[in-house]
Ligand binder design. Structure first.
Ligand SMILES: [Zn+2]
Length: 87
């Protein structure tokens, strides 16, 4: 739910309001009752939360590349599960 920051030009009252997108914007100052209560577009409460940046994924990606596995072919005695051609 977005947070809107409102400010009253009459008395200077300023407050953040948690509103649904479908809610009517406030227009009346809860402090003095003036009708000029309006959203601040440069609200400090607006922040992108949980940005999907995972910079760690770019490190060490090449080390996990599939290399030739010598254990499957050149060592018939160790770890043979019956699925190989060593018997
Ligand atoms: Zn006011």
């Amino acid at each position: 739910m977005p947070i809107y920051e409102y400010r009253c030009p009459s008395c200077g009252f300023q407050k953040e309001h948690l509103q649904k997108m479908s809610d009517q914007p406030l227009s009346t100052c809860p402090s003095c009752g003036a009708a000029g209560y309006a959203k601040l577009l440069s609200a400090a409460g607006f922040q992108l939360k949980g940005s999907g940046w995972y910079a760690t994924d770019f490190k060490g990606g090449s080390s996990s590349a599939p290399a030739a596995s010598p254990s499957s072919d050149s060592s018939p005695a160790a770890g043979c599960g019956g699925g190989c051609a060593c018997h």
